[in-house]
Design a protein around this ligand. Structure first.
Ligand code: WT7
Length: 645
């Protein structure tokens, strides 16, 4: 058996889950023994959810990059770590072996050091999906700097807010990025984000699109120059080395910003050791990875899925991770299938929104595509509807590939609830069983465990977790109280996920979606308050309310009700102005799908917006609005109903 902690049968799953609950320290201590430590831990787990304080492997010293790279070199140095597929299929594929990855990461770590980066410094990374992005991430980890990767779809304003929140002093970016038919001018967005910023000392710029950029003297340097210079420093007589910083198990590894129910995104902080153990363990078990296989996770490294299942999990397991620069529908809707055939992909991990979108193109893009290398399929990011699940199973898996439906969150670091491919049963649209170490509980509004079953024999409630697992977030950057309030204060002594779920009598979970004011649009998390703030920035907007509604492809669409009293030529132009404002403030991903102009919003006498009513109207459930008599102005509901888009 290649991985000593690999679960290979349903029985073993049950035994391991039980062990992990009965004796978490013994269980995780054994698993952690399979990693490379500079010094062994003294205590496996120390925690309380009150503060919260969570420490895994306290006293242990390590560097995650030695686990992701160095320890594989002796046996697998010439095996591919990363296979890179460019946006343009005519461009050459790049294969990065573990040796090459080692060299590049050492070189980039040296570049960071040459530019003054020290352990604990925050480095913001804003790049397209190219191998250099992985080098940048791992280079930070090598010197002990905390990376904060920002997805390329965020605006200058969003970057500025994140730079400020993290007090970042360094940026790594590209001149531009290719995504489908578009070139995105990343450096120019960074320049906008840096107007007025006094904290950032250095911007390192990699050339990808060779688009004109303004390089500011004393601040901006070229990646290529810096790497060339560093090469001689890290390579002596053909031997490459850069000493990996000794990190405490609990030292922060990275910050990743994510939306919540308040206006401002929070910087989720993950630790070094616990995160490493969790991503590796879940990667190997959920996908039942076998050495030599090619794993293709289609996410962007700007999101947690890319951090955990393109970079850290697979590399720590010594896997081959395929990284794709482009999008599924360019140059045509057969692109994923071409990539699967070209690189003989074994594991394909993607989002339901991508599946639904590709399903919409029919069978034509699948014609003559050789998908026979596929062994395992996975989904992540949002609930998958049964129709999409069956399409994935039949058309892509040819009913031969187990599908794993992995439920997790930015905050959880890796998968918490999922079937294990081919080992535990798959049930369409059910995430199914908790991973070892995970103790879910469904509670009602008051935090009491639900006991009453519905007509299908299911329990239904708000999904919480009773005890920490190694990959749980440790804090929200710069504001621990915010972390406590957001996740640990709703229900005493529980981690609250923000999701609702059902549970059947075999212990399987089905995630029904968010129960807070967070939307999930195409698998991207967006807070309604955040979108409202952005809309309200537009000069003519008096007030707005944003809700989600069912969208066939995106899962959820964004529906905005807007009171507008500004200069107005016609609705369409004002809508475009509002969309432009949202793009500027957050980014194109947060643009509402529908904007309805209203003269008032349904509010209670205490001034609270009744979102329940707005949600129902957006969904078209006009006959089940419920009691509106407690509203300040019930007449406004009729107006909104009549003008519904
Ligand atoms: C939210 C977390 C996990 C990485 C990508 C998204 C929803 C995630 C599933 C799934 C149903 C899912 C939840 C969760 N979600 N996976 N398999 N089934 N819902 O990470 O941006 O932190 O969003 O995505 O609502 O809370 P994220």
């Amino acid at each position: 058996m290649p991985y000593p902690f690999q679960i290979t049968s349903l029985d073993q799953y049950h035994q391991d889950h039980k062990k992990s609950v009965d004796d978490p320290e013994g269980f995780w201590g054994n698993i952690a023994d399979n990693f490379l430590w500079k010094q062994k831990w003294q205590k496996v787990l120390n925690w309380n959810f009150k503060e919260p304080k969570i420490e895994w492997f306290r006293g242990g010293k390590l560097n995650i990059t030695e686990n992701c790279i160095d320890r594989h070199l002796a046996e697998m140095g010439e095996k591919p770590a990363i296979i890179w597929e460019p946006n343009n299929p005519e461009e050459r594929t790049r294969i990065v072996t573990y040796n090459r990855l080692h060299k590049r990461v050492c070189q980039f770590a040296q570049v960071l050091r040459n530019n003054g980066v020290k352990k604990g410094d925050r480095v913001c990374i804003y790049m397209g999906m190219i191998p250099e992005l992985a080098y940048a991430v791992l280079g930070c980890a090598r010197v002990g700097a905390i990376h904060s990767v920002i997805f390329g779809g965020f605006s200058a304003q969003s970057i500025a807010d994140r730079l400020e929140d993290a007090q970042a002093e360094y940026i790594v970016t590209c001149d531009g990025a290719y995504r489908g038919g578009k070139d995105i001018p990343l450096k120019s967005v960074i320049d906008d984000a840096l107007v007025g910023n006094k904290k950032v000392k250095r911007v390192i710029v990699y050339t990808r699109t060779r688009t004109p950029v303004s390089m500011i003297k004393g601040r901006d340097v070229w990646w290529e120059d810096e790497m060339e210079h560093a090469e001689a420093q890290v390579e002596k007589q053909g031997v490459v080395s850069f000493p990996a910083e000794e990190m405490d198990a609990e030292d922060p590894l990275f910050i990743l910003y994510t939306s919540g129910s308040t206006g401002k995104p929070k910087g989720v902080v993950h630790s070094s050791a616990g995160y490493m153990v969790w991503t590796t363990y879940t990667f190997v078990n959920v996908f039942q990875y076998k050495p030599g296989e090619i794993h293709f996770c289609t996410a962007d490294i700007g999101w947690i899925t890319g951090h955990s299942y393109i970079v850290y999990g697979p590399l720590s397991a010594g896997a081959t991770s395929l990284m794709f620069e482009g999008i599924p529908t360019w140059p045509d809707a057969g692109r994923f299938w071409d990539i699967v055939a070209k690189h003989k992909v074994n594991i394909l991990y993607t989002a339901p929104t991508a599946i639904r979108s590709l399903m919409g193109f029919g069978d034509e893009p699948l014609k003559d595509k050789d998908l026979s290398s596929l062994r395992i399929l996975g989904t992540v990011g949002e609930p998958i509807n049964e129709e999409a699940w069956h399409w994935y199973d039949e058309k892509i898996g040819h009913k031969n590939c187990p599908i794993v439906d992995t439920w997790w969150q930015t905050e959880t670091g890796g998968t918490l609830i999922s079937n294990l491919a081919g080992v535990t049963p798959a049930i369409p649209s059910w995430a199914s069983l908790p991973m070892p170490g995970i103790q879910p509980v469904l509670v009602d509004e008051n935090g009491h465990e639900v006991t009453e079953k519905d007509e299908h024999g299911h329990l239904k409630g708000n999904l919480c977790i009773k005890a920490p697992w190694p990959g749980i977030l440790r804090t929200t950057y710069g504001d621990h109280e915010r972390c406590r309030k957001n996740y640990f204060a709703t229900y005493e002594n529980l981690y609250f996920t923000g999701d609702g779920a059902l549970k059947d009598d075999k212990g399987n979970y089905r995630i029904t979606g968010r129960v807070d004011d967070v939307l999930n649009v195409s698998g991207h998390r967006i807070g309604t308050a955040e979108v409202e703030n952005a809309i309200n920035m537009h000069a003519g907007v008096v007030e707005s309310a944003v809700v989600g509604y069912h969208h066939d492809i995106k899962g959820q669409g964004i529906y905005a009700y807007v009171i507008f009293q500004g200069r107005h030529i016609n609705d369409e132009m004002t809508r475009m102005d509002i969309l432009q404002t949202v793009s500027r403030i957050i980014g194109p991903i947060a643009k509402p799908d529908k904007i309805q102009f209203v003269t008032g919003l349904p509010k209670t006498r205490s001034g609270k917006i009744m979102r329940r009513i707005l949600r129902k109207i957006a969904e078209g459930e006009l006959d089940s609005l419920g009691d509106v008599s407690t509203l300040l102005d019930p007449a406004v509901v009729d107006e909104i109903k009549n003008n519904r888009l």
